[in-house]
Design a protein around this ligand. Structure first.
Ligand code: MG
Length: 183
């Protein structure tokens, strides 16, 4: 099957990443669980808007934030297991235009088992059998446009159940879901 895999909040620990940089630079002690809503960053920081946040996140230690992110436990291993089982790993990630090259470098550094990367907002435009995402609007839109495919929500504090879609809490659960799913 073609597995459409999101990066930030699913494979890459986006919030953990920016929070580490933020605490270091501004002397704060925000916990890694401070974000519990989509676009909740301005409320948790001194940034007045997401625009201000992105202006900051664009230049951090010689690259953008996206170049520095760590992977979630189990993410890369599970992707390799799925790829070895014959599935095609299709990366579907939304990024600011200035993060394009950092995104490819990050994928290469972490050796994700993929030969197909799409950097785009409307992820449903890429035909997959299973989609895995954490963003509320993506989960909703993918299911709306591809109701006959499996849309899987990676449960995070900033998302919520969407009727007709599936939930997983861990990468092991995603592996089990794919194993049990027939395209
Ligand atoms: Mg995401």
């Amino acid at each position: 099957m073609r597995l459409g895999i999101d990066l930030d909040g699913v494979v890459a620990n986006f919030n953990g990443g920016w929070i580490t940089f933020y605490n270091e630079e501004f002397g704060t002690s925000l916990g890694s669980d401070v974000i519990d809503s989509w676009d909740g960053i301005p409320a948790a920081t001194h940034f007045a808007s997401m625009r201000e946040f992105w202006d900051w996140a664009r230049y951090l230690k010689g690259a953008s934030l996206f170049r520095h992110l760590e992977t979630y436990d189990g993410a890369v291993n599970t992707l390799w297991n799925l790829a070895k089982s014959g599935h095609t790993i299709v990366i579907l990630t939304s990024k600011p235009y200035w993060a394009t090259h950092d995104t490819y470098e990050w994928i290469a550094e972490h050796k994700l088992p993929t030969r197909e990367v799409h950097i785009l907002d409307e992820k449903w435009q890429v035909d997959c059998d299973v989609y895995l995402d954490d963003a509320p609007h993506n989960i909703y839109d993918i299911h709306l446009h591809r109701p006959d495919r499996a849309t899987v929500r990676f449960i995070r504090p900033w998302n919520h159940p969407v009727p007709g879609t599936h939930d997983v809490a861990t990468w092991d659960e995603f592996q089990s879901f794919v194993d049990a799913h027939q395209a």
